[in-house]
Design a binder for this molecule. Structure first.
Ligand SMILES: Nc1nc2c(ncn2[C@@H]2O[C@H](COP(=O)(O)OP(=O)(O)OP(=O)(O)O)[C@@H](O)[C@H]2O)c(=O)[nH]1
Length: 394
């Protein structure tokens, strides 16, 4: 039933909680895709399309952005169809389409949307769920529905293993395995998985069957399905967002043509409220560094800056998206505005606070140390017979 025809393009849904590493993984795939051409549909939760900007450079015309709101509810389905249509045209020569969901999207809704597509050139290619190993316990505590997302996945990438202590890694991997039904579990850092997981080796028919057409229709009609989907946190009724992660979150978009003062921004970041879980975007520090914009990422208490040269002719400006729960977005907006600093000169020490959070090159492993297929076990611990033996926890 869901076996793709030769000519059909698989559409893979890439989901995972805020900041787990979806964009990082997508960028990795784009750089390691070999001859395959990937089309990407990026869904940002915030009003500024930060994720789309983060992948656009690599993709050119084969990336499209579904902005402002969770794809699972807020975006018009016909818009998704339009993009699928565009990317699946033979002239685009796309081999696989990846939909990067917002970090607050409901995976089952996205899968439902792809399955509902009447475009004969595309076929649902599986659900990849990215997990932040370092934040896994805290995220589950806040959002028990994460367990349900894992149970729907075909492939779970347990990412950020570099941030988890040795014993912790194994514990988290075991826990994810126990929650993931029959999905393959891939340990990873910086999303470096073997692209073959998504391209040639599409999830098997049985795995897709975990969330079959029938299951999805039953859920839509509100019938109990026994799969756990749509249960536990209150049943989802179409048109309402009961139990959806994004109902508990608010976002704020901040843009400014005036550079931000590094000291003031650091004060803002150091005193950010716990509810402000995610910050992402680009900062212009004006005279403090005229050559680079600073990509910024906060995930929980984790904070990193990544200086990257301004593109020629690129307008100098700051664009940030803040996402959190129980946050006062108006007050945060004002605080950010008070970080603006139009002074023409910089003093030497002002960037020190920021530079403490610039990624240490040693932190990033050798890109060739990609998690390979031979290092993967299925959730039941049984290795694929045609894969050489290797410990998944390694
Ligand atoms: N230490 C470490 N950091 C990582 C790893 N993977 C991603 N990151 C960092 O985590 C931050 C968030 O990564 P993204 O790829 O933007 O996460 P995302 O899931 O796309 O975020 P949202 O779209 O907001 O949900 C960035 O600073 C990444 O560089 C990893 O394996 N280890």
């Amino acid at each position: 039933m869901l076996v793709p025809e030769r000519s059909q393009i698989p559409v893979v849904v890439l989901a995972g909680f805020l900041g787990s590493g979806k964009t990082t993984l997508l960028n990795h795939l784009l750089h390691r895709s070999g001859g395959s051409r990937i089309g990407a549909i990026v869904n940002d939760f915030g009003a500024i399309e930060i994720d789309a900007m983060a992948v656009a450079g690599a993709l050119g015309d084969s990336t499209v952005s579904l902005g402002n709101g969770c794809l699972c509810c807020a975006v018009d389905v016909s818009e998704l169809d339009l993009y699928l249509e565009r990317l699946s045209r033979p002239s685009a020569r796309i081999d696989v389409i990846v939909i990067e969901a917002s970090g607050l999207a409901e995976p089952q809704e996205l899968v439902r949307m792809v399955l509902a597509s009447e475009n004969p050139r595309v076929v649902y290619g599986g659900l990849v769920e990215v997990v932040d190993a370092a934040e896994f316990d805290a995220t589950r505590k806040k959002h028990p529905e994460i367990d349900r997302h894992l149970s729907l996945a075909d492939l779970v990438v347990v990412n950020k293993l570099d941030r988890a202590a040795d014993g912790e890694r194994e514990r988290v991997l075991r826990l994810v395995r126990s929650l993931s039904d029959r999905a393959a579990i891939v340990p990873a850092t910086y999303g470096r998985i073997d692209p073959e997981f998504l391209f040639d080796r599409r999830p098997s028919e049985e795995r897709v069957g975990q969330l079959s057409f029938d299951d999805l229709h039953r859920q839509e009609e509100g019938e109990p399905d026994g799969s756990g989907a749509g249960q536990g946190d209150g049943e989802h009724r179409h048109g309402e967002h009961c139990g959806h992660l994004h109902t508990a979150y608010e976002s704020l978009a901040f843009a400014s043509e005036v550079p931000l003062g590094p000291r003031r921004l650091m004060e803002f970041l150091d005193s950010r409220p716990d509810g402000l879980y995610r910050i992402k975007g680009y900062v212009d520090f004006g005279p403090h560094d005229r050559d680079n914009r600073y990509a910024v990422h906060a995930v929980g208490r984790f904070l990193r800056f990544y200086p990257e040269p301004w593109a020629p002719g690129e307008p100098r400006r700051t664009q940030l998206v803040l996402i959190g729960s129980g946050i006062d977005t108006t007050a945060l907006g004002k605080e950010l505005q008070s970080c603006e600093d139009g002074a023409p000169h910089a003093d030497e020490q002002s960037m020190w606070g920021v530079l403490r959070y610039v990624q240490d090159p040693d932190e990033v492993q050798d890109p060739d140390e990609v998690q390979g297929l031979d290092e993967v076990q299925d959730a039941d611990g049984v290795q694929d017979p045609d894969e050489p033996g290797s410990d998944a926890d390694a």
